[in-house]
Design a protein around this ligand. Sequence first.
Ligand SMILES: Cc1cc2nc3c(=O)[nH]c(=O)nc-3n(C[C@H](O)[C@H](O)[C@H](O)COP(=O)(O)OP(=O)(O)OC[C@H]3O[C@@H](n4cnc5c(N)ncnc54)[C@H](O)[C@@H]3O)c2cc1C
Length: 115
Amino acid sequence: MLKALVPPGLGKALAEHIPTELLEKKVNAVSQEERKSIGRILKGLPLTVTGTMGYDWAVVCDGGVDMTEIDTRTMASRLFPNLFIVGDLLHISRPSGGFSLQLCWTSGRIAGENA
Ligand SMILES: Cc1cc2nc3c(=O)[nH]c(=O)nc-3n(C[C@H](O)[C@H](O)[C@H](O)COP(=O)(O)OP(=O)(O)OC[C@H]3O[C@@H](n4cnc5c(N)ncnc54)[C@H](O)[C@@H]3O)c2cc1C
């Protein structure tokens, strides 16, 4: 079942944290407490970053309107009244990994509340 729920590599790593006798049980024989313990293992698995995937896989977002030109309390341009600048248009260098989405949602909300 674990194989169907998580990617194979992760399943292998998780299996090392789950007692063998529990791994070998049929799903309908697993007790509520055992299910909960598997949940705790799934949520609490310690993951240590050991490196990057190298330059060929590196992604970064860069360029845009200089932040000194933006009032970040409202996301309004300091140069053009009533112009609100958000998301990818801002010059905030960032790696990939959700930072761009967080940036567009957060700045978009601030602009939306102040425009
Ligand atoms: C393939 C891909 C994968 C990505 N994966 C991730 C990821 O995993 N995590 C992450 O954090 N970021 C990711 N990003 C980046 C992230 O999607 C963007 O940073 C984010 O969507 C930018 O939001 P935005 O609102 O600034 O711009 P956009 O989402 O580009 O929105 C701009 C909008 O303006 C509209 N528009 C353009 N010109 C006009 C016009 N003249 N009049 C009216 N409307 C107009 C466009 O149609 C568009 O809907 C990914 C981007 C791509 C392309």
